[in-house]
Every structure is written in C-alpha cells, then in structure tokens.
Design a protein. Structure first.
Length: 313
C-alpha cells in the first residue's frame, strides 16, 4: 500500500527527513521577498535537480505538489462528510497558520501569472465550435429560461441552422480530451511538443524584447523618424505578438501541470481546475470542432460532433 510523502509506512508517524523537506517547500513558497517569485513550477524544477522524488519514484509535478501541501493531512486533520476539519489521529508536519497561508496562496487563481479574465470563459470559447452548414463559429447563448446552447447566430453573421445544448457538447468534448490526456502514447507526444515550444523563460524574453520595440516605435514617432501609420501598424502587431506569447506561457504552464504522474492525478486535476484552466487545455489540444445540424435527420448527441485535433509528433 502506498504511503503519503512525509510519513512512515504506518501512515501516522512523521518521517523526519521528508518532513524537513516539506518545511523547506513551505518556506520557499511563502517567501514574499524571493526573486524570482516563488512558484510551484520552480519548486518542481528544484526537486528534480536535487533528485527528490515522490514515494513512487516519479518526479514531482506542480499539481501534485499543490495537492500535497493543501491537504489537511499536513496539520494532522481530515475533512469529514460535512467538509469540516476534524482530527485524523496522525502527526502533523506543518502548523495550522503555515498551512492556511499555503492554501490561500496555492488555491487563489488571482495569483496566477497571465490569468485571463474569468468573465465569459466557457469550455469552447475563442470560436472553437463551428457550424457545419456555413462554417461560422457558434456562440454561447444563455438568454431566456432555456438551457445554455452553442448556436450559429443569425445576428452574429451565421446561418441560424445549427444549435446544440452546451452541456451535451461540452460533456462530449470533455470525455474526448480526458481520453487523450490519460493515453500514454498521446501524453508522450504532448510532452515532446512542449519541449519543442521552448521554455517559459524564452517566451518571457520574447515579451521583453517586444515591449522594448514598442518603446522604440514610440520614440521614433515622437522624433518624426516614422509616420503615424507605420507606428500604429507596428504597435498593433507587437501587442498581438505579446498577447500570443502570454497565452503560450499560460498554455505551457497549464499543460505541464496536467501531465501529472498518474491517470488519477490527471483526473483529479481536471475535477479541481477552474473553467478557464479547462478551457486552456481544450484550446491547446483542439483546433476546432464542427457541429452538424439535427434538422430533418435522426442525429443525436455525440454523432453530431466532429472534432479536429491539433497534431503533436
């Protein structure tokens, strides 16, 4: 039977060496003066460099680190059926104040860098769903008393012939995404694709370079070295490239998190993730999905859905 990291095989007695390691993690993550800013990814990289592994021998991932540190076991407690903290009869590793600070930090989505607005975020936003009749993107509509739908809106420029219940489409895509994320071969392909995309640090450097170019454009325009049209065109392009790099950083971070050591960890990540995080995974894996009309045909549910996946080699 597997044991929890930090405790001996009896599940109740603290392992001094591993407990000391956990205290080190807490000190690192809660150090507000550290430069660069502490992160779960940085901690995972440090553990890998020092050869510190999970009890199964697998590398620590940011997601698994978070799950371990926010668990009530860290203070010798557990959640009962009503969600209340109760004593678990095991030795604590962290004091309650430290544990509470870690939970506030690790479970607070507002602390995530490059987190987009959570307004209007749903699984297939960013025009991922398309109409089979006219090719126009489907819009998410919650108006009235009816259930939310994805529809090809006439007012939005579509043909109005395709509509599907949002829950039906999102459940179908969720099943397909999780089938891929829990497939060993696909996960290897995804890992290779992440490595090929470079590092987060490289993308951050790209952003800094683009911001410097923006500043140069402004100075050149002020000094009358370039025309207004040239300045505006360059500014717009630079800002689009900055936004693209920021999205790539977030995607790399999120996809890296979901590539957890085990299938159970992947499923747990999905269950705990905010809608914006699930959307990021779907947008990274799925190029688009075509939805066919049910009008005049006996086509139901998933039979109407034709996903087009991105290729990872």
């Amino acid at each position: 039977m597997s044991r929890a990291y930090g405790w001996l095989p009896d599940g109740k007695t603290v392992d001094p060496g591993e407990a000391s390691e956990i205290h080190r993690w807490a000190d690192y993550l809660l150090d507000s003066d550290a430069d660069p800013r502490p992160s779960r990814r940085g901690l995972a990289a440090d553990l890998a460099a020092r050869g510190v592994a999970t009890v199964s021998g697998a590398p620590w991932s940011p997601t698994v680190l978070r799950r371990a540190l926010v668990a009530p076991r860290m203070i010798g407690h557990r959640f009962d059926a009503d969600g209340q903290l109760v004593d678990a009869g095991i030795e604590p590793i962290l004091d309650r104040d430290t544990w509470q600070q870690l939970r506030e930090k690790l479970l607070d989505p507002d602390l995530q860098k490059f987190t987009p607005s959570r307004d209007a975020i749903y699984l297939l936003s960013e025009k991922l769903a398309r109409c089979d009749e006219c090719g126009h993107h489907l819009t998410y509509n919650t108006s009235g008393d009816r259930a939310a739908v994805y529809e090809c809106s006439v007012t939005g420029g579509g043909c109005g012939k395709v509509s599907i219940t949002a829950a039906l489409l999102e459940d179908d895509i969720t099943e397909r995404v999780l089938a891929r994320l829990t497939d060993a071969k696909y996960r290897r392909q995804l890992s290779r694709a992440l490595l090929a995309a470079g590092t987060i640090e490289q993308q951050q450097q790209t952003i800094e370079d683009l911001r410097e170019r923006l500043a140069v454009l402004g100075r050149d325009f002020a000094d009358r070295l370039i025309e207004r049209e040239t300045m505006l065109e360059g500014t717009d392009r630079a800002r689009r490239n900055i936004a693209a790099a920021e999205r790539l950083i977030q995607s790399m971070t999120t996809v890296g998190d979901v590539l957890a050591p085990t299938v159970d960890d992947v499923l747990a990540w999905w269950e705990e993730a905010l809608p914006v995080r699930r959307h990021e995974i779907v947008a990274y894996l799925l190029d688009h999905v075509v939805v066919r009309s049910s009008q005049g045909r006996q086509i139901r549910g998933a039979d109407r859905v034709d996903p087009h996946w991105r290729t990872f080699k």
